[in-house]
Design a protein around this ligand. Structure first.
Ligand SMILES: [Zn+2]
Length: 436
């Protein structure tokens, strides 16, 4: 008797397990109490070059690309608040955002969709395993086009513009009700790559880099987008670190590319978008083959990608904070000059995007060092959390802080006149105050 009962229960148990395993996945909201008061649209387009053209990032490259480890993507996110105000966010697995490209995309966005320039935020992952881009505003001359590097970069950048516009249009077509939550976690693989300039010249560590005691911003902010039913649709996340684990001749999104891939892996239809922070003086460590016995640079890249993806998972699920409107946005260009007064001064973009009292995103152009992020988080501290992005809307060299201009070194090398930190920070603070 008892044997047949236990046999019966075993059969039932196996049956139950079988039924359970086949049950379809039900999405669960991370914050069901948060009203789905937004609309969100998402779209992705592949931007991997069709040919093996010249790559961006390292001056020492002596040949074009010759393989592919990952596709490169342009991704568009549109957020619309209850009053119908929209913010367009475009992330790119590319070296930078050429200013002229951003200007052209902004002009079309305003004309076609009625969104002003302040409503466009473009950010590049700064992968050094992507194609070279046309950075100068004017088209190349006939003479310049004879150089295959210039010709490839020009042709690619023109095609890129069409693809990004396509992604933006597709994201508009995808606009539907959404719930937004946000929080931040931490990832530890970024280290300050400069030496410690405070040490006296005769100190044994005076010329040694990286500097484990140097300033870092290891926060991982993550804005999660889900359907009213609780299905995760996408995440916008950031990290302040050079996206340069790799120096090979293969197309790849580097650690940020793998972080995005891992986040999307088991979530069909989910879009993960990487935003580079103020990581100009930060590198990922350990870095390059041979440093860890038996681990290649590609494997290290994937490990850092996994670390970052795990931090994003943490930020998305641990105590998610509801994001409220209204959406407020401001964009201005400030003039920053070169030490060499014969060079034409640069129009440098500063942008502030505010989500009610919850979150303020500050975006700065080009390769910004970490001091800007740490300072702006202090200066703008208030009820809203502050997220500072670099590599946004422009790509024209390193943007050092006053400290780094005084110390010297690689990131001080773009030749800007002293005082650019004050000009840029003052503008960011002014724009943020103006939005309230
Ligand atoms: Zn760089």
């Amino acid at each position: 008797m008892s044997r047949s009962i236990s046999l019966l229960s075993l059969t039932l148990l196996v049956g139950l397990l079988f039924v359970h395993a086949r049950e379809p996945f039900k999405p669960t909201s991370v914050a069901p109490h948060v009203p789905a008061s937004w609309k969100a649209g998402l779209a992705t387009v592949v931007i991997t070059p069709e040919k093996f053209i010249w790559m961006a990032g390292y001056a020492g490259r002596d040949k074009p690309a010759e393989g592919k480890w990952q596709d490169l993507f342009a991704k568009a996110l549109i957020l619309e608040d209850e009053a119908g105000k929209k913010q367009v966010i475009v992330t790119l697995d590319l070296i930078g955002v050429p200013q002229e490209l951003r200007r052209r995309i902004a002009a079309r966005l305003e004309e076609k969709h009625g969104v002003p320039s302040a409503g466009l935020f473009m950010n590049a992952s700064h992968t050094h395993s992507g194609p070279e881009l046309r950075r100068r505003p004017q088209p190349p001359t006939e003479e310049e086009l004879k150089n295959p590097k210039v010709r490839d970069a020009w042709e690619y950048t023109q095609g890129l513009e069409q693809k990004i516009n396509g992604a933006i249009d597709a994201a508009f077509a995808d606009l539907r009700p959404a719930r937004l939550t946000w929080n931040q976690a931490r990832a530890g693989f970024a280290m300050n790559r400069r030496r410690d300039y405070s040490l006296p010249a005769d100190h044994p560590n005076a010329n040694k880099a990286p500097n484990p005691a140097g300033p870092v911003d290891q926060s991982v902010p993550a804005l999660r987008i889900e359907s009213p039913e609780g299905e995760a649709r996408g995440v916008l996340f950031g990290y302040a670190c050079h996206n340069t684990c790799l120096g090979a001749y293969h197309w790849c999104g580097d650690y940020a590319g793998y972080a995005q891939e891992y986040l999307q892996q088991n979530r069909p239809g989910f879009t993960a978008m990487f935003v580079t922070g103020c990581g100009a003086d930060q590198n990922p460590y350990p870095r390059r083959s041979g440093v860890v016995p038996g681990v290649s640079d590609l494997e290290l890249t994937q490990q850092h990608g996994r670390s970052l993806a795990n931090a994003v998972e943490m930020a998305m699920t641990a105590n998610p904070i509801g994001v409220t409107g209204p959406l407020r946005q401001a964009y201005e260009e400030v003039t920053i000059s070169y030490e060499d007064t014969k060079r034409t001064p640069h129009q440098y973009p500063v942008q502030v995007i505010q989500f009610g009292e919850t979150l303020t995103i500050v975006t700065l152009g080009s390769e910004v060092v970490v001091d800007y992020s740490l300072r702006l988080k202090k200066e703008l501290a208030g009820p809203a959390a502050v997220w500072v992005a670099g590599y946004s809307n422009d790509y024209s060299g390193y943007i050092p802080s006053t400290r780094i201009q005084e110390e010297g070194g690689y990131e001080a090398g773009t030749g800007w006149a002293r005082g650019i930190e004050k000009i840029i920070v003052d503008k960011a603070v002014e724009l943020e105050r103006g939005l309230k």
